[in-house]
Write a protein that binds this ligand. Sequence first.
Ligand code: PSU
Ligand code: MN
Length: 308
Amino acid sequence: MSEHQHFHIAEEVAGALTNGAPVVALESTLIAHGLPHPAGAETAAAAEAEIRSGGAMPATIAVLDGKIRVGLTAAEIERVATSGDVAKLSRRDLPTAVAGRSNGATTVAATMLIAERVGIEVLATGGIGGVHRGGETSLDVSADLQELARTSVAVVCAGAKSMLDIGRTLEVLETHGVPVIGFGTGSFPAFYAQDSGFGVDRQVDDFGELARLIRVKWDLGLSGAVLVANPIPPEHEMDHDDAEAAVEAALSEAEAAGISGSKVTPFLLGRMAELTAGSSLQANIELILNNARVAAALSVALAALDMD
Ligand code: PSU
Ligand code: MN
């Protein structure tokens, strides 16, 4: 068995990669488990459209019938959003899904490792996983952090949700040598809000400089990600107290219901949307589209660097 028999790269994505044209990978867990239907499929399509209008090729990644698909059709995105049998796949889960010829949506971690394997350098998501509150005893630390440590892809996110322990998440990233760059900001964003109260390693304000920093890291032989923290646009930011109250409520419900492992994040996201009467959902959609725009421009800047 060879590796490539497990992959299916969409024709236009393969063409872009061959030509050294800009490509942006998109994760699919947010489609299947992060946003309620039909927001998942609609947001995935809108994010792809943003990337195309930014001059880059979108490649949404998921596993369907055991094949790792890089670049999904609209019908395949719909399948990821609506089939009841789409598992949440992180690094640990990928071999089981492929060997079992089953379906799954990829987290940031799994999307990163697939992107690196096929030569995609930029990934857009909503927020990364991190150290959960209480993670110092539960050891619930997202595999996204390990992947950021080892896999060379630039990940554009709106920070990490305040339902995580943002301080400890940043400590783990520092331990693993992952540069955390604030795009146009000196503070690490908190997903629904622009500012978590924690700083970033460095603020960068333009795409050329950002692309150069990323290229230099990899040229130095320093494998692993660069995390690009891109705050939600101010007009879509949630009120801090409203968001915090909903986070607290969702967390205690999760604990009372005994939710653990990979089910924690989807549970919290769903309850947040219900508790905030959809305003967290609207914020979530807007920050994903904003990250898609920044990721497209970054991938264009990286491709332009290579022309010089
Ligand atoms: N954060 C969000 N929405 C999401 C996720 C995170 O705001 O849908 C998903 C991402 O795919 C992320 C994953 O990679 O949850 C992290 O899950 P875990 O904590 O189980 O590693
Ligand atoms: Mn977890």
